[in-house]
Design a protein around this ligand. Sequence first.
Ligand SMILES: [Zn+2]
Length: 237
Amino acid sequence: MSQALALYQLQEIELGILRCQKRLSEIASALEDSQAVAEARARLESAQKILSPLQTRARSLELEIQSNADKIRATDERLYSGSVRNPKELQEMQQEIQALRRRNGDLEDALLDVMLAVEEAEAALNAARANLQQVTSDWETNNQTLLEEQTRLKNDEARLIEQRRQALSHINAENLKLYNALKPRRHNQPVAVLDGDTCAACGVEQTMAIISDLDRGVSLVKCMSCGRILVRKPGKA
Ligand SMILES: [Zn+2]
């Protein structure tokens, strides 16, 4: 293999490694971002905080109504049992029953309002719960895809790093030094393919002298315009 071709292969391997690393860093930041899930969970928690005190209030109203109803029934039974004969006491019992009935009327109105608020809060809670499930499931699906891509890219990167190690063993120190010196100034592409008699990187047509130097393959030949190391693509004449 010619030195120019070995350098070209090194360049393609190194570009592949750079592509892997760029995508791996994008994936790493995407995996950290689960803001949508956090927001959906916060919505569910705030819906629960609204519902709980309303349910407590409804239960306490029901208990008070029940307790008043028990008192009314007990007093009613005593009133009609004939055991109490004192007119003043009988009148007080009747007044107590009336007061308890009025009180229960007010409590039942209040309970109705609270029950409506409970229904609304339950609907909001169910919507928040469904939303959290959807968002979580979307995020997991997305994560799954990203995690699979991450595994594949890490394997690709490891394979390319091994290929790079092998490619380096075919390149002499002086040529590698030139390649490395050109790399930062040529966007990591210090080697250019000669397409016909034109440099594929900068599009400048090369002289017959350069082309014949390249085809003799004695030493590295550089593009007369961009200065990249020229190579004939493998498999081409
Ligand atoms: Zn060029």
